[in-house]
Design a protein around this ligand. Sequence first.
Ligand code: PSU
Ligand code: MN
Length: 306
Amino acid sequence: MYNSMHEIFDLSKKVQEAINRKKPIVALESTLISHGLPYPENIKVANESIKAVEDNGAIAATIGIIKGKVKIGLSEEDIQILAKEKNVQKVSNHNINLSIFNKENAATTVASTISIASKFQIRFFATGGIGGVHLNAENTNDVSADLYALSENSNFVICSGAKSILDLSKTNELLETLGITRIGYQTNYMPGFWYEETENKVDNKFDEIHEISSFLKLNENIGNKKSILIFNKVPLEKAINKNDVEILINNATIKANRNNISGKELTPFLIKEINEQSKNETLNANVSLIINNANLAGKIAKSFYS
Ligand code: PSU
Ligand code: MN
């Protein structure tokens, strides 16, 4: 018979050993490598995120699909493939099965990455910004599967909120509706990804790593089956002014509409367009916040397991 679990999933030695020894592991996604960042910044971010996690005493497990194999712990060579090849699919939970079936190279989003990580009891996950409710969703119904995956899996997700290109108030409301707790690390407000903060209040602010890890343990003990979001602001020196970001988003959205860009193409299109228009100011913010989140995730994971 085709496709036993063993044929489909491929854990790196390092990740397998970390699972066996109950060491702290932080999962990382690959869509930001293939579709969120340009080459060569994408390679730099992928490698530095792994380093940031591991410098803090945890093991990094970057997840992606190489020729139909779901790899948990991508090698340097795999990362090169996902960063450089032109035909890498973007897979969420609705189409990951097809990339496996068709033996494609594919990058996993937040939704598919945490769903895979959960199968192997990997709880921690770090990214830049999660997906959410798109602007104009009242007409398009474009709401990222990330939000539903967060409510179907119990992961601890370190991020800088949801991407600035989204309707962040609606995203925040839906997170609440879906039962996802929003924690601020040294902030009272949900971050705005490229900019420091939105007007949306978090459920609780924590200033110390050990407070966050004991709160996460409590969630484990009470059997909370939903994910917890831990928000970390973009580093101040790379943060962009909120008004400037809004102008960039407006222009990029008009261009996306004019070009009939929708569905899974929309997020990568807007990010690329805004990076160009901002002369890479948004790209620099994006790079810096992702590595910063991996660093915090490594610290919290390490504290959680010690
Ligand atoms: N964070 C980034 N850049 C990205 C993404 C996250 O800094 O490109 C990706 C994530 O993989 C997220 C996806 O799951 O964008 C959301 O896509 P969509 O809106 O199509 O669900
Ligand atoms: Mn979408």
